[in-house]
Structures are given as C-alpha cells and as structure tokens.
Write a protein that binds this ligand. Structure first.
Ligand code: GLU
Length: 304
C-alpha cells in the first residue's frame, strides 16, 4: 500500500474543507489555535510510519486521553471498573448532565466526561502518583519522552470547567466519586491537557491494533481480550453522539477530542492519527472525519 501517496491525495482533496467548522472556544486556551492546521500520521505494526502536514506540532489531545486513562485503569483493576461505569453509547452530548441524573450517577461509558471523571477517581485511589504515572504510561506507549501536560490549558479549563464541576459533584452525591472533587477535576483537566503530535499519537495507539502488545517493544499493555474490548468501546462510544455516523462513514474504532484530534485503528494493520482543530456541531474535527473517511475508502480498509 502506498500510504505516502494516499496521505498526499487526502490532503489535496481536503483543501476546501480544512478550517471549516469552529475551534472549541468553551476552553479559552483552545480558542487561540489556528484553524487551518492539518496533520495526519499512520503507524503500521511492522514499524513503518508515514505522515503529511503539521505532524510535528503538539496539540491538545483532550478527550483522547480518556483512552489512556481507561487503559491504565483496566490494566490495574480489570472487570471491577464496570461496577461504576457502563458500556453503552450515550446518544447524548459528551458533557450531558441529564442522562446522569436519570441513571443514578452511573455514566453510560468511560468516554463521556462523567465516565472519565469516574475512571480518574479510580486512578487517584489506585496510583501513588496519578499525574506522573499516566504521563509515563503515555510516554511509553508513544516511545517519546517529550510528552507533557500543558499547564496553561489545564488552568484555563480549571477556571471555566463549570459543567465538569457539576458532573463530578453530582457523581459524588451518588457515591460514585471517592476522592475530593477538586482533586478529581484537577487530575482530569491535566489528563485532557496532554499535548502530542500526530506522529506520537498514532504510535501510542498501536497496541490496540496489535492485541494489547506494543509491537516494537513486545511489551504487553492489556490482555488480548481487554484490547478487543477497548476497541469495541471505541467503535460504539469513541466519537460522542456521532459514533454511529463515524462507524458508517469511517469504519474504524477511534477516539476524538475537542482539540481537533482523532486517533483510530485497524486491527492487525495500523493506527492513524489526524489533527485539524475546527470542529463540527458534535465536537468532532470536521476535516479529521473527512480525512479518515477518505483513508478507509482509498485503502479499502475497514473492520467490517
Ligand atoms: N477537557 C474537555 C472537557 O472536559 C474534553 C472534552 C472532549 O475532548 O471531548 O470538556
């Protein structure tokens, strides 16, 4: 497969689309990002990588971090995590409060904010150093030491994250948060503020294409069964309330973030990361979805 050619075709077909949509401005630090950026990287399980565009620029991974926190919690706590969070698509916005009240404080899945707040709470209880350990985990997945929190973005969200504060307080009132709510919010906002390049992000998802094993290090992150299950959740819940359309158009398990990134995988083959900050109405990167749709069309790849 000539990935270099495919990536350059995708970029030229998207010239009219890149920049369309709206950057996330409910987090003021994200509102400043240039909406014309676009980068896309592919990593194969054979150790090859291919990239096009702004692929060395760090961007805010936001909700893509929910895959890393879930993976770490799942590897430490196993099936116990499902006592406090569900595995169903939400069909609601990622930060919805309504459903959480109806469902007595058990979030629908770990990829909406309420679910990720519960997973963060589990990690605070389980890890000695929840800030450092998650960061080191992502560094090892992506094989890059140069991955850090963006303190300015974390702070910006801390000052404006009123909906997340409401979610965590409601969860606490339903006994589904064990730690101090301020601490849970702070750790959660730090996780969301991680910055990565598309090259690093593609690499960090490769263990999900490779049955839970980091290909070049032969390091096991999850069991084969756990990796399969995370992929099932990515497909059904990874792109907010647009997961059905994403499966229909793209056909890959993937996770998006309001920073404009999307990371997705094809089992036994590859992982791909795309970044374009302008979002559609559901909060997914508009050009990013289009790029992945073109990628699966041109390569003929799909999990179906
Ligand atoms: N930090 C963002 C929030 O909690 C993440 C949202 C997202 O990327 O979906 O609102």
């Amino acid at each position: 497969m000539d990935y270099t050619k495919i990536l350059s075709e995708i970029t030229s077909e998207l010239t009219e689309v890149i920049g369309k949509g709206k950057v996330a401005d409910y987090i003021p630090a994200l509102a400043e990002i240039d909406s014309s950026k676009f980068g896309m990287s592919v990593s194969t399980i054979n150790g090859e990588s291919f990239s096009v565009g702004d692929v060395d620029e760090k961007f805010s991974i936001q909700s893509i971090s929910k895959v890393f926190s879930l993976t770490l919690a799942f590897s430490k706590l196993g099936e116990n995590i499902w006592k406090r969070v569900g595995r169903e698509p939400s069909g609601n916005a990622f930060n919805s409060l309504v459903q959480l009240e109806y469902e007595n404080g058990i979030p629908r899945n770990p990829f909406i904010n309420a679910g990720a707040l519960v997973i963060t709470d589990m990690l605070i209880t389980t890890l000695k150093e929840p800030y450092t350990e998650l960061l080191n985990f992502v560094r090892s997945l992506s094989d890059s030491r140069n991955i850090n929190y963006d303190k300015r973005v974390a702070q910006s969200e801390r000052e404006n994250g009123f909906t997340n504060a409401a979610l965590v307080n409601f969860l606490r009132s339903q006994n589904n948060i064990q730690n101090d709510v301020e601490k849970v919010l702070d750790v959660y906002f730090h996780y969301c503020s991680i910055t990565m390049t598309t090259k690093e992000l593609a690499k960090s998802f490769l263990f999900l294409s490779n049955h839970g094993l980091i290909p070049d290090k032969k390091q096991r992150v999850l069991t084969k069964s756990q990796a399969k299950r995370i992929n099932a959740l990515l497909l059904t819940c990874g792109t907010y309330d647009e997961a059905g359309d994403f499966s229909y158009l793209v056909g890959m398990p993937g996770k998006s973030g309001v920073g404009g990134g999307i990371a997705a995988i094809i089992p036994n083959e590859l992982s791909v990361a795309v970044w374009s900050p302008a979002l559609n109405k559901k909060g997914n990167s508009l050009a990013g979805i289009k790029a992945l749709e073109l990628f699966t069309t041109k390569t003929g790849m799909s999990i179906f």
